[in-house]
Write a protein that binds this ligand. Sequence first.
Ligand SMILES: Nc1ncnc2c1ncn2[C@@H]1O[C@H](COP(=O)(O)OP(=O)(O)OP(=O)(O)O)[C@@H](O)[C@H]1O
Ligand SMILES: [Mg+2]
Length: 221
Amino acid sequence: MVGLKRIPSGIHGLDEKIGGGFEAGSVISLLGGPGAGKSLLGMSFLYEGLKNGETCLMVSFEESVDDLISDMEAIGFKDLKDFISRKKLILLFNSPVNFEYLGILDIIRENNVSRAVIDSLSAISMYMDDKSKFRKFMLDLVTELKGLKVTTIATDEQPQVSDNDTLYFSGEYLSDAVIKLFYTGLGGDFDRSMQIVKMRRTNNDRSMLPMRIDQGGIYVK
Ligand SMILES: Nc1ncnc2c1ncn2[C@@H]1O[C@H](COP(=O)(O)OP(=O)(O)OP(=O)(O)O)[C@@H](O)[C@H]1O
Ligand SMILES: [Mg+2]
């Protein structure tokens, strides 16, 4: 589409399947079960930004900053302490209880953050007592992030069984793109896979993409 800016995703092999990269300023929902690779995919997306001189933010509700750094090092991302000391990489470990995103928006504005990861929405929704409250929270958050033009990945736990409740709790309908990660543990080509469920304004690949994680990052083919 004319005038649409694409940015590299940081996932080897993905950009060519989504028209050149993620749409700049879009909000992407990333769904998957435990160990599917959600956090690592978010970190790969941020590391790509760091390599390009961007300022990147990760808000984690589940892992400490030290654990986040160790996770990133395990997939080959180096010089993280240097990026952190130069305030190019901002890692925040937040409590999901009564989470107020206004402080996060201030950090994004003050540091000119262009890529952000929120890991995970499920952690926040767990502490919100009703569905409509969470949906309103999501709508406000997505609107604010889009206003700031920060490209954002928000991770969400994918239930193992079909559960209509998640339709209310997740931000899938509000976000520009939905990516699902699957982990079978069976080995072989489809031990891990990725499906791009939706990507607005993009003629994306719709097939199941075999995915691999190693010390060089995340790969799809
Ligand atoms: N260097 C590596 N080589 C191969 N696989 C790796 C490597 N580092 C991590 N992994 C795999 O990535 C998985 C963790 O991925 P990640 O933390 O992104 O999952 P997640 O979807 O965020 O899970 P959770 O819902 O528990 O937070 C590990 O369980 C491991 O299988
Ligand atoms: Mg995780």
